[in-house]
Write a protein that binds this ligand. Structure first.
Ligand code: ZN
Length: 570
């Protein structure tokens, strides 16, 4: 039951007025449309025709459970969201429609692509603490309370799966998600158990049953382990995961779902590459002493197509790959699993990268931009994170590259994975493992994708790593800039430059040479004028995609008419 929206909204706004930012002009219809156009509309689909009836039926139930995550996440973002959404749903004016669309894209009344600017009246600024902590509490108060608790209590209060609320006596308490979100989680758990009864795949059934149990018990460990062990044509990720929405402490996990279908062709490609990794390591362009004679076990990687995402996984910029779980016990015991959403990457490629290439590259080079090269390089990037120096000796003591390079580590490591990914693919082309045609496309496609990455800025690791590579290649003559400002690859120089930069970065890592890393980044991780001139011309190109989940829509529509599974509680 929902009460009328506005009085409660107003009350909330007033309660927060003391901390809210000064009022801004709200975007009108034209402006909302402009912001929304930064995300290109795209229909996201996947081939589910190979799934037998049992799995299709299970998939429908999983999709229904995934839909529950939207409402849960909206409540986590802001207490006012549920009533706000029902008020918006009743507003049939053009502005009302645009606001509803913006609300769903942003999972709340703030524009995530425009510095969280509010687009509805009376909502104030986006609360940094989201709805994880009591309204009216200050960060200092919550922090002091957490510090005052005995160890076991503190672990609960700072844990992923509790909210902090104020008891009637005014004291702060930690409330388990299983209590705070009891109704929604019971509903989602029921749907997951129905799916578990339908599927014939044992690892999928185990995950669904255990995740359903976790929603009720608040203990997610067993279900995270079961998720790591999934070997199934359907790969669902559903529950509380990432902590970024908690702007105070990054403690509290936000609800999300990715419902995905395994991509068998890419999975086979991945296996083929994995079998070559030791051989690639042996041929790295670095001193033999820095090479690893025996690579450890590979962290699992899955290539899938997304048919639905919700909650924290469907807001603003779309996730194209993720590493989970975040539970450090599992990361230690079995590593984390990297999941790559191939069709999301493909949509981004078509809607963002191809238009960028048309501006950034010469006419000839534009022809050599290909999705296959784009995606294959992303796969190789992930694999190359596992190669090269990690555990090193510095002054006779055991250490790690991360420890030694400190704040320069991430940018150097990302650049290393990119450039050594090109090196590794070239090695496999020369060896005949990868088709020779890739040689023509991979360097050009990577150059185009550099402009896509650098657009997000050179403050964070990926952007810095990309700027470093772009400038290194320019200085080596491997990339050239024509008088009209377009870029192209010099195929006579690019292989050598890729080899040399791979050598430079891995040697810095192998010696833990922070001074050299910092000097390299200071000089190279910058946006040069010729790059800026291209970026200035990209205003019309979308930042990202806004997917419509057409396969999920179709399955859900079919699912309505199908009978309830035998023995399943409804
Ligand atoms: Zn990476």
């Amino acid at each position: 039951m929902r009460t009328t929206a506005l009085p409660s909204l107003l009350a909330l706004a007033l309660a927060r007025a003391a901390v809210a930012a000064p009022p801004e002009k709200l975007p009108d219809l034209a402006e909302l449309k402009k912001v929304s156009a930064k995300l290109a509309r795209v229909e996201l689909s996947a081939d589910v025709s190979a799934l037998p009836p049992s799995e299709r039926a299970a998939l429908v139930k999983i999709l229904e459970a995934a839909r529950v995550m939207d409402g849960l996440f909206q409540r986590q973002v802001w207490a006012g969201n549920p009533s706000l959404l029902s008020a918006l749903a009743r507003d049939e004016t053009p502005l009302g429609r645009a606001r509803l669309e913006a609300f769903l894209q942003n999972q709340g009344p703030w524009l995530r692509l425009d510095h969280d600017r509010p687009f509805l009246p009376e909502v104030g600024g986006k609360p940094e603490s989201a709805n994880f902590y009591p309204a009216g509490a200050s960060k200092a108060e919550v922090e002091a309370w957490m510090k005052s608790l005995p160890e076991a209590e503190r672990a609960k209060a700072t844990g992923f799966f509790t909210t902090i609320r104020r008891a009637p006596d005014g004291k702060l308490v930690a409330v388990p998600y299983s209590v705070e979100y009891q109704g929604e989680l019971a509903h989602a758990a029921r749907l997951l158990r129905e799916a578990a009864q339908l599927t014939q795949q044992p690892t999928l059934r185990a995950f669904l049953e255990k995740r359903a149990a976790a929603f009720l018990s608040n203990d997610y460990y067993d279900s995270d382990v079961a998720w790591m062990k999934l070997e199934s044509s359907i790969e669902p990720t559903i529950g509380p995961y990432e902590v970024y929405e908690d702007g105070w402490f990054n403690y509290k996990a936000a609800f999300q779902a990715f419902v995905t279908i395994r991509d068998d062709a890419e999975t086979a490609k991945l296996q083929k590459f994995s079998a070559e990794l030791q051989e690639i390591e042996n041929h790295l362009p670095i001193a033999d002493a820095l090479k690893n004679p025996k690579l450890g076990a590979l962290a699992p990687i899955r290539v899938v197509s997304s048919i639905y995402s919700s909650g924290d996984a469907n807001k603003g910029v779309q996730t194209a790959a993720f590493n989970l779980p975040n539970d450090e016990r599992i990361a230690k015991e079995m590593g984390t699993k990297r999941t790559m959403l191939k069709n999301v990457q493909q949509a981004k490629f078509q809607k963002v990268l191809v238009p960028i290439a048309k501006v950034a590259l010469s006419k000839t080079d534009q022809k050599h931009v290909s999705f296959d090269a784009f995606f294959t390089h992303i796969l190789m990037h992930e694999l190359m994170h596992g190669l090269g120096p990690h555990e090193i000796a510095v002054g006779g003591k055991r250490s790690t590259v991360r420890e030694q390079l400190q704040s320069s580590y991430s940018a150097i490591e990302e650049a290393k994975a990119d450039v050594s990914g090109l090196f590794a693919l070239q090695h496999l082309i020369d060896k005949g493992v990868v088709d020779k045609s890739m040689e023509r496309t991979m360097y050009t496609t990577f150059l185009a994708s550099s402009f896509r990455s650098i657009r997000f800025g050179v403050k964070e690791a990926h952007g810095r790593g990309i700027a470093l590579q772009l400038n290194y290649m320019l200085d080596a003559g491997a990339y050239r800039v024509a008088p009209d400002g377009t870029f192209s690859v010099d195929s006579s120089k690019v292989k050598e430059a890729v080899k040399n930069l791979t050598s430079e970065l891995m040697t810095i890592q192998g010696h833990g040479d922070r001074a050299r890393a910092e000097a390299l980044l200071a000089k190279m991780a910058v946006v040069r004028p010729e790059v800026q001139r291209v970026l200035d011309k990209l205003g019309h190109v979308p930042i990202d995609i806004a997917p419509r989940f057409v396969t999920a829509e179709k399955l859900l529509a079919e699912g309505v008419s199908s009978p309830a599974p035998k023995g399943a509680a409804r």
